[in-house]
Design a protein around this ligand. Sequence first.
Ligand code: AMP
Ligand code: ZN
Length: 117
Amino acid sequence: MFQTQDPNCLFCKIVKGEIPANIIYQDEKCVAFYDIDPQAPVHFLVIPKVHIGSCGELNESNSVIAGHCLEVISKMTKELGVTDFRVVSNCGEQAGQSVPHLHFHVLAGRDMTWPPG
Ligand code: AMP
Ligand code: ZN
């Protein structure tokens, strides 16, 4: 896949290896790494290698990557022995997005409340 990164983007820098991360999985399309500020006993992120700002930028030509990220989440949770987990993708500042590069949070290992805050 053709890779485009944003030189100023934190997660693109992790993709390029310019910033270290605790990477648990990667392939040609995505990277999974533990969140630096975990909100649950298990908290990792899955991101596409290509820069997409958020779920709000998915379209017919790039949405296959989102499906791939979800497939990797299914694989990684099995490998980590996690059966119950929450997948979150904050989209926009009001929704709590702080890094404008599409990412799926995977949280597990504690009781979750609903609705989220
Ligand atoms: P969000 O606030 O939904 O955009 O999620 C961004 C997440 O990235 C937060 O949970 C941060 O703790 C996490 N984060 C920020 N910088 C790093 C980093 N260098 N390595 C791992 N996780 C990070
Ligand atoms: Zn990026």
